[in-house]
Design a protein around this ligand. Structure first.
Ligand SMILES: Cc1ncc(COP(=O)(O)O)c(C=O)c1O
Length: 254
């Protein structure tokens, strides 16, 4: 998103994480300073590093008040959340001020991405988006894979139910055993703070067979280095409990 804003030579301002009032203040300040045209409010629907969710309903209402667009990156929600796994912005489908990006490389198991939004805007992208026009088209094989993955999303809702059950189980155990506040999603950060300790705990978990990575600044703010647990259906309940055993021990030892 940051790179896109730079590439588009857009004027952009940052707002505090998941703070709708801060977004509104930023738009008002920009307008007061002579900002012309439409503001684009860009957020992730499910934040990749904190596992929390954007307040989409409030942001859409804010966008209407200020003649703005909401651009939602659904990378971590597609396939996991929303009706038929269509993401958290699915509840706002059909709005003329909402554009959603669904990456195919995560839950859909492929690569590339889908953009959903008002027809005029999609036509504009197809005809004016230079990186899209001057790149080789995605492989037709990938289109077939994406179509099949989308069909599985609507045909096999049990997958989402099972994943959400595992998320709830992990959340309960992490609270009881490590005092962690559950994010409520399949992405669960364990904020450690210190960079070196974070990487040491991650290394210990990896040595015990758990693919959990340490995330440091600049990917996350200074002083908030963390382990990032990403739950998928590839792990069962026993593996989740074993992971939390290993985590509890590693946190005590390092
Ligand atoms: C929030 C978010 N958006 C977009 C992307 C880009 O996805 P891709 O690499 O499939 O283009 C990522 C990749 O990790 C991501 O985390």
């Amino acid at each position: 998103m940051h790179e896109g804003a730079r590439a588009g030579r857009a004027e952009f301002v940052l707002a505090a994480h998941n703070d709708v009032d801060a977004v509104e203040d930023a738009i008002k300040r920009w307008r007061a300073g002579g900002g012309m045209g439409r503001a684009w409010i860009a957020v992730e629907s499910l934040y990749s590093m904190d596992g929390d969710c954007a307040s989409l309903e409030s942001l859409v209402a804010l966008a209407y008040r200020h003649e703005a667009f909401v651009v939602v990156d659904e990378a971590h929600a597609t396939g996991v959340w929303g009706a038929d796994g269509r993401g958290l912005a699915a509840a706002f489908e059909g709005r003329d001020n909402m554009v959603a990006l669904h990456t195919c490389g995560k839950a859909l198991g492929g690569s590339g991405a889908l953009v959903t939004g008002p027809r005029t805007l999609c036509d504009y992208l197809v005809n004016r988006c230079r990186p899209f026009i001057y790149a080789t088209a995605p492989s037709p094989l990938m289109a077939v894979a994406a179509r099949e993955a989308l069909a599985i999303l609507s045909d096999e809702p049990m997958r989402r139910v099972q994943l959400h059950e595992r998320v709830a189980l992990a959340g309960r155990q992490l609270t009881e055993r490590c005092g962690v506040v559950p994010s409520g999603s399949q992405i669960q950060p364990i904020v450690i703070g210190d960079n070196r300790r974070t990487m040491a705990v991650a290394a210990e978990l990896q040595a015990r067979g758990f693919d959990i990575r340490g995330i440091r600044p600049p990917t996350v703010p200074e002083g908030t280095s963390r382990l990032r647990i990403s739950l998928t259906l590839n792990v069962d309940e026993a593996a989740i409990s074993a992971m939390i055993d290993a985590l509890t021990e590693a946190l005590v030892r390092t």
